[in-house]
Design a protein around this ligand. Structure first.
Ligand code: SAM
Length: 391
């Protein structure tokens, strides 16, 4: 009885901490989902009208390169949309070098001056956020980079400092791994790195609900992992890391590079930071619209026949605590789509056992397409990838 009460209180405290973090902070400084996979599945074209959760906005910019008619970037956390808006104003301003310094290197020597130049083009909520936080791009800050800011960045900073300080050899192996040109080299280096990765510190950190909340992993998602993976959260991350670092080529894996080094390299970066795409982004950035709302509220206020929905992994968040909200979201997605509309989502679980039963009759899934792509994902931390068409 006392034990159960203790666990309940601990769970409530975790949920409250997660809510507080998400109501007050920027969480994601980069999108943690692989848009190369998404674009193969989505098949966007000039008729596409897409709804996507914003996160850091990198993937909305990636999808823009396929020329969709409209992208609606929706996020309940306005700080995430403020981040996408800052990227959009820099694209609109037209100086690739500035965009590149801010978002490839994560710092700009004239960040304040540049901010003052783009500030009038930002919506009020975004200007209010960046008025307080633009020093995230200050190269003189000990963290040197935006990619160590926001709550995910803070955890990445803590973990990488610890790793990079735990010996010259490990440091060299890690940097050699990032530059490895084939899977054999990666596997060889990883066998040297792996034991150090699983120090007491990282195992302890992964068991801390606060650290997981800062990484944007809520308790329902932790429960989903613990239920489905015999090794719990540590075993899950261990398996996922080994796979992504030894079975997926790393030379263009900008996700892990940025967290380890604090920046992207010239060619190992999201597509929106490659110079050859800049004129396209400049021509089409006005097709992206941001909305500070839940997916359901957005669909209530902007009804339509959307052709694509990219839901990231946020339904894991709803599955446990808000089954009613999950049902409502699906009802609205189906009401605002047409036969053939495409839906993409990821989950920490191995399947979508949490979907309301009736959605299965309304959707056609394509596991034969998603299964092989899932194993090529450069993020590699998800349990499953799902792609469906409205029947
Ligand atoms: C689900 S999280 C996951 C992060 C993701 N895997 C990524 O690429 O970074 C992405 C974003 O969804 C937002 N979010 C969560 N639930 C939402 C909802 N019901 N409606 C709109 N946005 C939501 C969060 O604020 C967060 O910025």
């Amino acid at each position: 009885m006392v034990k159960t009460l203790g666990a309940t209180l601990r769970h409530q405290a975790h949920d409250l901490f997660f809510k507080t973090v998400h109501q007050r902070y920027l969480i994601y400084n980069m999108c943690w989902e692989d848009p190369r996979i998404d674009r193969q599945l989505l098949g966007l074209d000039g008729n596409s009208t897409l709804v996507v959760l914003t996160s850091a906005g990198c993937n909305a910019l990636d999808y823009l390169l396929d020329g969709p008619a409209e992208i609606h970037a929706v996020d309940v956390n306005p700080r995430q949309n403020a981040l996408l808006q800052l990227k959009l104003t820099l694209i609109e301003r037209g100086d690739f070098d500035d965009l590149e310094q801010m978002f490839r290197r994560g710092a700009h020597p004239r960040f304040r001056e540049l901010y003052q130049a783009v500030r009038p083009r930002l919506p009020d909520y975004a200007a209010a956020f960046w008025d307080k936080k633009i020093s995230y791009f200050d190269p003189a800050n000990p963290k040197h980079s935006f990619y160590y800011r926001g709550t995910c960045g803070a955890v990445a900073w803590l973990v990488t400092r610890r790793l990079l300080k735990s010996g010259r050899k490990l440091r060299d192996y890690l940097f050699d791994l990032l530059d490895a040109q084939n899977l054999n080299e990666q596997r060889e280096l990883y066998t040297r790195i792996e034991p150090a990765l699983w120090s007491r510190f990282s195992t302890w950190l992964l068991r801390q609900p606060t650290a997981l909340a800062m990484l944007g992993v809520p308790r329902p998602q932790i429960q989903l992992i613990q239920q489905r993976h015999s090794g719990g959260i540590v075993g899950y991350v261990n398996d996922k890391l080994r796979h992504v670092l030894t079975e997926v080529l790393i030379h263009d894996n900008y996700f892990w590079r940025a967290y380890l080094t604090g920046s992207y390299s010239e060619r190992c970066c999201p597509n929106y930071l490659l110079p050859e795409h800049f004129s396209r982004l400049r021509a089409d950035f006005g097709r992206i619209h941001t909305h500070n709302a839940t997916v359901s509220d957005f669909l209530h206020t902007h009804p339509g026949e959307y052709s694509h929905f990219v839901l990231l992994d946020h339904q894991d968040w709803l599955a446990w605590h808000q089954p009613k909200a999950l049902e409502e979201e699906w009802r609205l997605i189906l009401e605002n789509s047409r036969p053939g509309s495409r839906i993409l989502l990821r989950s920490a679980g191995n399947d979508l056992g949490f979907l309301p039963e009736w959605t299965r009759r309304a959707l056609r899934f394509f596991p034969n397409r998603t299964e092989p792509l899932h194993w090529q994902d450069r993020v590699g931390t998800y349990g499953s990838l799902h792609f469906a068409e409205v029947a």
